[in-house]
Design a protein around this ligand. Structure first.
Ligand code: 4AD
Ligand code: MG
Length: 461
């Protein structure tokens, strides 16, 4: 049996090969006098492989009926191409038609809008744009692991079902097996989650951070990389209800070390993709975002600026810019503010030391008693792609933070144990995988960098 060659490998061949087997989906087909040209794509790369089917093939009549979307297996000889635009082509001596596709196949024409393609999320990976997006997504995931593994970080699988609300924002999807029609009740008539599957309320995780802290308190440098879920009802181009997050956590590390790592990984990933996904980035630069490569260079070449939150607020106030949302000390920065900061400063920006009121309970209280060691890394075009902090390692201060956030320290006994036994200064952050992917592809809607997006009112596929 001949083992199949990918289109990518065939196109990179150093010499003719005979016989060769390739397989994939027909992109286009056109007839010449004595033969038919088929453009074959198998998703291994952006480019198609040209197949030449000559009229002596026993099933030539069927080949002439092949339409866009059909699947075929081709055996033949890889030869230097006479035509323009490709070095290699295959002269077929056998074509097996595996699966036909009739003219209802929705990807007939080139140039469908991303909005249309979103409605056929099951077929859109067969388009050039989405093939590129998902190959880059795969490489980006690999490069992230490589970055951490090269630096001695240990990969930890934190749970997806959890009892804690790490971010304290209450944006949780409940996990339950309680019968909605007939739930167990407490004496006061509330649903009794103590009788639920896990004998307590449980949710899909919003972040693996708290569990990662436990592992950093033993293995020193760890990272998570997994799906996270937020039941926030915000229909924006940068929010998804299911997204992937990378969360490094480092023992014996302060906020500065944390900011260093966040900046380092962003640059590393840009360099990796420039090297390993040149063809895909080229397509994005041509059809999605003409500024893309310049913007990636901009972020790669420049030193990131670090601005305390208080100073960022002053810069925004003095900007003279008309913002939709108010700029005031004590308010969260909105994406328009974040974009202004990084675009007008002409460099990526890390904003740090936010007011304690607008950040979660676990962040370390600064000596001023007003701010916490939060940091957000902002890039042009997107705004926040990283959010992190130095964690509160002092037991009493942490308990006080929890009470201030209306949390009961008794519910977080295990987390507080990390401060009771061998506590150390430690820090970490969350890098939004899809945000990073949007940034490196120029794709402006998060729905278009996730295979099957989960957003409010939408979970069809
Ligand atoms: O800033 P966030 O909420 O931070 C945390 O969850 C921390 N526990 C992380 C940590 O310190 N270990 O989220 C981190 C990043 C954001 O900067 C953003 O890139 C991304 O996750 N993110 C989202 N991405 C897509 N859709 C959403 N709804 C997102 N919410 C956050
Ligand atoms: Mg954040």
């Amino acid at each position: 049996m001949l083992s199949p060659t990918s289109v990518k490998d065939a196109l990179q061949s150093a010499a003719p090969v005979a016989p060769i087997q390739v397989q994939g989906w027909v992109r286009t087909r056109r007839d010449s006098k004595d033969f038919s040209f088929i453009e074959l794509n198998d998703g291994s790369c952006l480019r198609n492989l040209q197949i030449i089917a000559e009229n002596w093939l026993p099933n030539y009549a069927d080949v002439q009926h092949l339409t866009t979307g059909a699947s075929i297996i081709v055996r033949g000889e890889l030869v230097a191409s006479q035509g323009k635009g490709q070095n290699w082509e295959v002269v077929a001596d056998k074509i097996d038609i595996v699966g036909g596709a009739d003219d209802t196949y929705p990807l007939q024409k080139k140039g469908h809008t991303p909005e249309f393609l979103r409605e056929i999320a099951h077929l859109r990976p067969r388009s050039n744009l989405f093939g590129c997006v998902f190959r880059v997504r795969s490489r980006l995931a690999f490069a992230i692991h490589q970055f951490f593994q090269e630096r001695g970080f240990i990969y930890v699988h934190t749970p997806i079902i959890t009892g804690s609300d790490c971010e304290g924002a209450g944006e949780l999807f409940r996990v339950t097996t309680i019968d909605a029609k007939n739930p167990p009740r407490t004496q006061s008539g509330e649903i009794d989650y103590a009788k639920d599957f896990f004998l307590r309320p449980t949710y899909l995780t919003v972040s693996g951070q708290l569990e990662a802290e436990a592992f950093a308190s033993a293995l020193s440098k760890v990272y998570t990389f997994g799906p996270t879920f937020r039941a926030e009802n915000s229909n924006t181009s940068r929010h998804s209800n299911e997204f992937w997050m990378i969360e490094p956590e480092m023992a014996f590390c302060d906020l500065n070390g944390n900011m260093d790592l966040a900046e380092e990984i962003v640059k590393y990933l840009i360099v990796d993709l420039r090297e390993n996904c040149a063809e895909e980035l080229g397509l994005f630069a041509k059809f999605v975002d003409k500024e893309l490569l310049a913007r990636l260079d901009f972020v790669f070449e420049r030193k990131f600026r670090r601005i305390p939150y208080t100073e960022a607020i002053e810069l925004l106030k003095k900007s003279g810019e008309k913002f939709e949302f108010p700029v005031e000390y004590g308010l969260n920065l909105q994406s328009e503010h974040e974009r202004w900061l990084t675009e007008k400063q002409k460099c990526p920006v890390t904003v740090f030391n936010y007011p304690k009121e607008i950040k979660p309970f676990y962040m370390r209280l600064n000596d001023d008693g007003k701010t916490v060691t939060a940091m957000d890394l902002l890039v042009p075009g997107i705004g926040e792609i990283v959010g992190g902090s130095q964690r509160e390692e002092r037991l009493e201060v942490l308990e006080a933070n929890m009470r201030r956030h209306k949390m009961d320290p008794a519910d977080y006994k295990w987390y507080l144990d990390l401060r009771r036994y061998g506590t150390v200064p430690h820090s970490g952050f969350g890098l939004g995988f899809e945000r990073m992917l949007m940034f490196v592809t120029g794709v402006s809607n998060i729905r278009d960098v996730i295979p099957f997006a989960r957003t409010p009112g939408s979970a069809e596929f």
